[in-house]
Write a protein that binds this ligand. Sequence first.
Ligand SMILES: [Zn+2]
Length: 318
Amino acid sequence: MKQGLKAVDDFAIAADRGAVAPNALVNVLFHSLYENQEQLANRDLAPNQNVTVADFRGFVEEMLENGYTVVSPAQIDAGLSPGRRYLTITFDDGYFNNMLALDVLDQFRVPATFFVSTDHVQQNKAFWWDAFSRELTRSGVSPDRQKSEIEQLKGLTPEKIDAYLCQRFGHAVLKPCGDIDRPFTPRELGRFALNPWVHVGNHTRDHAILTNCTPAEMVDQITVCQNALADLVGYRPVAIAYPNGNCSPAAVHAAVAAGLRVGFTVAPRPPRLPLDSDSRMLLGRFFFHGGQDIRRQCRLFGARFVPSHALKTMMQSA
Ligand SMILES: [Zn+2]
């Protein structure tokens, strides 16, 4: 199935002659960054996008060669002129390892936006999916089974997930295993945000999947994060990345009420320009994967029609 889709995607890009659609805003999502392949071999890591600094550098270089202008959320909010290609580089969650992006951002002089769940930073709490996966690996559970167990927990609120993990594995479970998986400390995040290429965004206070929340809980999740970021980095962000990409009209409403003006999901769909205020709160994003053909991935991000992306969008909205 996967191989078949890959061939159909390749056919579609070839038919497009690799042309990047103008009037496009391509948003790409990263989570952790790793120094090198050796770090990726660490058995404590949960399955992830496996992106090394070299992969990230290759991605930025390729997108710049393809004529993209890299923008910040404030530039999106101010309005992007049609007829050009824009790119937003985003990192979710607030991993300390995102420090590794700085050399690349400085080298190419491009902005990136880092969406932070502030309770994790303030409590030095591991991200639950990393902790859960680590424990399951230790118990010999296969990666596929881990994925389905993680998906099941995503139906719960953050408090219930934490309680479940502590009950099953003990209270130390949410302690990060080291620099490789921990969040920023408050002090580190404050210094990181001083870099001129770094923009910080809202990712809720403790990574709540907003569609599991009541409207009052949504407001709490978003506004507590806004206030914490004002303390930690000195400003209230204009952008939010909805945790897990899950969004609803009520979630958008809560975000707008908290002063947010740009919102990111994980629908693999580049929005067309110019953006209206509704589409600005529901921008799609693509995942970039390390260890895979960089040029091909970048072409898929910019292509006019990608069959596997259309299929994924249909499944997400089903
Ligand atoms: Zn996240």
